[in-house]
Design a protein around this ligand. Structure first.
Ligand code: ASP
Length: 306
């Protein structure tokens, strides 16, 4: 779906630096046709494979990228979205999530996309519904579509074969569903992973790990930075975020002119996860990840519904 997205929406910023097929499409598109494409966005330029399908989104945890990009993805393919506003739903009256899901299922949606603060919630709800349940992030457990869009971004940067690529994940790995899903998916592609974190953020993974970011960076082809998931900490067993940033923030100083791909799932804590200056650097692929999220979620919706 990337060529469709590029020729339909045009692209700016680090999007333009991709070494993927979409770059070719963009380069060969004149300004006039770009303008026309922007004007006439859409439906008739994209396969309307989800026409007549209705998908329900229920997000019990806040979201910017995942919710919007799922909804854009569905609409791009002609589908309809019904978003349950959890704060105004009967969950506030004590309805269980199984009952909520069973009731929504009775309305015959083609899929339900859920985000929940409890690990395992989507699997648990499978018993209550007959349609596909798609995981938009469950507790500290998994965020499968984030891992898929990260994989796509890495493939665009390095080519199809990621075998042996050295990729670091730095930050609050223990509480991060993004880290879990990336560890699972990238390992399947033969990526050489290094986890970089203070001991209390490391978690139980059977992988190389270090707390020396500077040293680890020397060897890496890409680094994925993560937000500190304070909402999942029962107690603060570390100093301030400023102390954390002192050792684990990605800065221009640390990175220098190294050829490296910098990624982050968002939301970014400025100057704690990544220094502001570096966010503007062409090596930083944060917005490219976001754009890829729409294409990946279009593919995911087709996979589950068609
Ligand atoms: N947006 C990602 C998630 O939902 C990462 C984060 O919140 O830090 O897990």
């Amino acid at each position: 779906f990337l060529p469709f997205l590029d020729s339909t929406f045009g692209a700016t910023g680090d999007f333009g630096k991709a070494s993927d097929s979409s770059a070719t499409i963009k380069d060969s598109t004149t300004n006039a046709t770009k303008k026309a494409a922007l004007k006439s966005f859409s439906q008739d330029r994209l396969p309307q494979t989800l026409l007549g399908k209705n998908i329900i989104t229920i997000f019990f945890e806040n979201s910017t990228r995942t919710l919007s990009s799922f909804e854009c993805a569905i609409k791009n393919l002609g589908g309809a979205v019904t978003r349950l506003d959890v704060s105004r739903s009967s969950t506030t009256k004590g309805e269980t999530i199984s009952d909520t899901a069973a009731n929504l299922n009775a309305m015959s949606p083609d899929a339900i996309i859920i985000r929940h603060q409890s690990s395992g919630a989507p699997v648990h709800l499978k018993k209550s519904v007959s349609c596909p349940i798609i995981n938009g992030g469950d507790g500290a457990h998994a965020h499968p579509t984030q891992a898929l869009l990260d994989l796509l971004t890495l493939k665009q940067c390095f080519g199809e074969n990621l075998e042996g690529k050295k990729i670091g994940i730095v930050g609050d790995i223990k509480s991060s569903r993004v880290a879990n899903s990336n560890i699972e998916l990238l390992s399947r592609y033969g990526v050489d992973l290094t986890l970089i974190a203070p001991p209390h953020f490391l978690g139980n993974h059977n992988l190389k790990s270090t707390h020396n970011l500077k040293e680890a960076l020397q060897d890496l082809d890409a680094i994925i930075s993560l937000r500190t998931q304070t909402e999942r900490h029962s107690k603060q067993n570390y100093g301030s975020l400023k102390d954390y940033a002192h050792d684990f923030c990605l800065t221009r100083n640390l990175i220098g002119d190294k050829d490296i791909v910098i990624m982050h799932p968002g939301p970014v804590h400025h100057n704690i996860d990544i220094e502001d200056e570096l966010l503007k650097d062409s090596r930083c692929k944060v917005l490219k990840q976001v754009r890829n999220g729409v294409a990946v979620r279009m593919a995911v919706m087709e996979f589950f519904i068609l």
